[in-house]
Design a protein around this ligand. Sequence first.
Ligand code: NAI
Length: 466
Amino acid sequence: MSYDVAVIGGGPGGYVAAIRAAQLGGKVLLVEKESLGGVCLNRGCIPTKTLLKSAEKWEDLQRCAEFGLQAGEVGFDFSSIVARKDKVVAGLRAGIEQLVKSNAITVLHGTAVLTGAGSLAVSTASGTETYETGKVIVATGSAPSSIPVPGRELAAVLTSDNLLELTEVPKSLLVIGAGVVGLEFAFIMKAFGCEVTIVEMLPTILPMVDSDIVKRIGPVLRKQGIKTVAGAKVTAIEEAAGGVTVKVSTAKGDQEFAVEKVLVAAGRRPVTEELGLAEAGVFYDRTGINVNERMETNIPGIYAIGDVTGQSMLAHAASAAGIVAAENAMGLNSVMDYRAIPSCIFTTPEIAMVGLTEAEASNQGLSYTIGRFNFAANGKAVTMGEPDGLVKIIAAAETGKVLGMHILGPHASDLIMEGALAIQNGLTARDIAHTVHPHPTLSETVMESAHGTFGEIIHQVKMKPR
Ligand code: NAI
């Protein structure tokens, strides 16, 4: 059997690549060993956001009186919350199956191995078959990284995959790694009454986030009752009554934490094993498969996209790269541009960023100006009872072009798109500031912050002249 394009992996990179190749007239094979939708839909973005929505509604219920509302006895049933999560995931998965089918893509539920530049062996429940394929797109994603700590194999030590399967809220959780996964789960579990401590190896939490945002998330974490210990190395995890003891070493001395469960959220690694990459001559290492800007590997006709390339491990980056790879596989000439990939962390309030952090702009020797605007001065945020956070814009001093946008605040993940659009299209902070934004909306914070890059914020109380 022969196909124009075979895609290995049906996550947000792979299934999008398959659809794009089919749109361009290709006969497409999509091989997936588990469920379509990949980690994003089945064990990542969607299940966590479903749990988060329940957590937010639960927190809203507890704040009823603040909004002049009275409710009777309120409570939650975690197993029903988990059941809703599973239903949402199943519904969206059915949607993807439908999408793929409607594009006449052949889906095989099995494991694919490269057997040369133009062929694949696919093992399914009914045996192994070889398929001739003009082009191959590898989209096998990533898996949680392990940590070199004794006791990591204990049953109480979980990855994000296992944590999503819990049907009861643990009494206490220690999260190893204050990155995206660590923070998102910390907020969810804390909202449902779990005592959460986050331990981070580096000197600050969220090391990849702009320092102004990190400074402002600290008090938010404290208000929520989430403890953080930065600059801390986990040295051992030992079995104990009711859970485990986690031993941690810090500059100030050693500490021990007795907890019911541990979540290892110390990054993810590309899934490159058992794919026949080495035999096919494809260059890769532990950071992922090497690709050029056309998402093609060193072997012509073999492409790789998404987490398996180790570049920007985000679902939307994988989808964008999938479109680029599919177009190239079908004879077009597309390039992937990573300059303006927004990144969001679904804490409460949310964090979102795009482009350069201030530290990156400074390290690159760029000359820049900064605008900052607090949500506390935005009418809509105040009406919502969500005044925490700010919008920070970094603009090039000479041209005013937006270099970076960083948001901590309500709906940050939606607001960040104005920054992505600006950076992608070379727009200036004045372009944003002089575009009329509707009132009363959260988007006015972006407009005001843009004004701030050239000192013209309207809703800012002037300091008294000395
Ligand atoms: P991450 O790279 O964001 O954070 C891992 C953190 O763990 C880092 O701060 C690191 O310094 C720390 N760490 C590593 N080893 C440690 C140790 N032994 N002890 C203590 N701390 C340690 O990785 P994370 O959070 O696991 O996420 C993996 C990937 O998935 C990321 O690329 C992330 O962007 C992506 N993701 C994106 C989401 C989103 O877009 N909302 C949600 C979840 C994950």
